[in-house]
Design a protein around this ligand. Structure first.
Ligand code: SAM
Length: 221
């Protein structure tokens, strides 16, 4: 929780992209009660699956295999969680509930997806975030072409052989962020050789604020 500047007092609208079973939101929703969370998942989140399928497709299980159902079932008792949205990152534009947000979180996704998903994720995040909004990306990445630890090297090999894609390079992601106007902050080392990357959308300058008050979103000279 200390990784989100603003902590418990954070207020606003957030989405977790590809939330799996909602396991992360089970921690975040009660920890940030003033944030309204919308989970998304690639495969329609309403679908009830077996434990094996859930492990294979989503990678994580929420409260435990016994009461394994759907994201919504896991999160329904949190008043600040919306119903989950079915969402393929490659869709354009992003669905309406994902178009104006203060915070976007995405964990453990890019190593199993083609590069186009990284491009869409950064582009979509930049469009969706309100000025000053944050985009948090968590997972295993390479740094300057090197794996962080042997476990990540083995993990990359496993992902490539099973999924056809592998760990993405930090520099490439930072370049994507810069291209869409998201400022990079210093990556944080996390357990199990993961990194937490945080990108911030610039606040509006005084001129942009004036134009926005006047109802002008873009100034074409
Ligand atoms: C390893 S799971 C991680 C799930 C969850 N974020 C977690 O950390 O437990 C990878 C996720 O990426 C999702 N995914 C794969 N391709 C996707 C796509 N094209 N658009 C959106 N999500 C996708 C999968 O459905 C899956 O939930």
């Amino acid at each position: 929780m200390e990784y989100l500047p603003g902590g418990e007092s954070l207020v606003g609208d957030a989405a977790e992209i590809s939330a799996g079973t909602g396991a992360l939101l089970e921690l975040l929703a009660p920890a940030f009660p003033n944030i309204t969370w919308t989970p998304t998942e690639y495969i329609p989140p309403q679908r009830v699956t077996s434990t094996d399928t859930q492990w294979a497709r989503w990678g994580k299980i929420g409260r435990g295999a016994q009461d394994l159902t759907t994201i919504d079932a896991h999160l329904s008792h949190f008043p600040n969680c919306e119903r989950a949205l079915a969402f393929d990152l490659r869709s354009d534009p992003w669905p309406a509930p994902l178009r104006s947000l203060d915070l976007i979180i995405c964990a453990n996704l890019l190593h199993i997806t083609p590069w186009i998903c990284a491009e869409r994720l950064f582009d979509g995040a930049s469009r969706a975030l309100r000025p000053g909004g944050q985009f948090i990306l968590y997972g295993a990445f390479t740094v300057d072409g090197e794996f962080i630890g042997d476990s990540n090297k083995a993990f990359d090999k496993f992902c490539r052989s099973t999924r056809g894609f592998g760990l993405k390079e930090l520099r490439d992601l930072e370049r994507l962020a810069a291209d869409v106007g998201l400022a990079c902050t210093t990556p944080r080392a996390m357990p199990a050789n993961n990194l937490l990357l945080r990108f911030v959308k610039a606040e509006r300058g005084p001129l942009q604020k004036m134009l926005s008050w006047a109802g002008v979103e873009e100034l074409v000279l």
